[in-house]
Design a protein around this ligand. Sequence first.
Ligand code: CIR
Length: 279
Amino acid sequence: MTLHHKYAIVRKPGENFAQGQTESQLGAPNFAKALEQHAAYVAALEQSGVEVTCLPADLNFPDGCFVEDTTVIADETAIITNPGHESRKGEVNEIEKALKELITARGAYVPLKNIERIESPGTVDGGDVLRIKNHFIIGLSNRTNREGAAQLGRILTACGKTFAIVHATDLHLKTSVAYAGNDCCIVTEEYDRDEEFSNAIEELITRKIVVPENEKYAANSLRVNETMLMASGFPQLEEALKGRFRALPPELPVVRVVTLDMSEFQKMDGGLTCLSLLV
Ligand code: CIR
């Protein structure tokens, strides 16, 4: 089963984008280039069959373009998170409005019906939540705490989903792992060796692509309908993904691998999944 997404919410980076949180030490991002890369990302989502709502930048939140962290979507339910970093907590307000507008404007065409919330002292960043089919793997990190993970687990259970809680070793769980669809998970070498994570995915997948250490950044990749988006400049993962999709049975839809330059977002510790909320 591959999820089908019809809508996405994104938010443009603001001119103070460089003032967001980062530990990457790759230098300050170039704002004009970040805008170009963001526009290319939006175009790639549209070419994947998704209608994109692009929110304006909000200078109160330099990390605001990383909308993934504000909400976890479980089909009919949007769970507004309580982001773990103090500077990012208020990002949820505009996103909640946008989600409500999407529900009102699109009515029956939007699967979303309910809005739930993670409450303090619980914290969750959406980047710590990996969905594989109807199972959600929640990573405990500096941003997602046990109380937040437990609240999220309860809400997911009420939505008929299952969940597991693991440890995230990088900024977010999805910094290092992704679900590529078609029973295939992408993992960094570290997560390939991680027993807890391996146990959590074992029954859900039949293939694992291990990203070599020198391509670690590319592990954060994004399957949208029949398109696999990955960062450009990582040829080993690109080949591995293309090979995986070529080997699919001919009756399944063809999956395209599309590469995008993510350099300016990488400087701010962000990647492909972080820039959108897929509904
Ligand atoms: C932050 O540190 O919060 C942002 N600079 C990057 C957030 C990336 N989001 C994600 O991986 N989901």
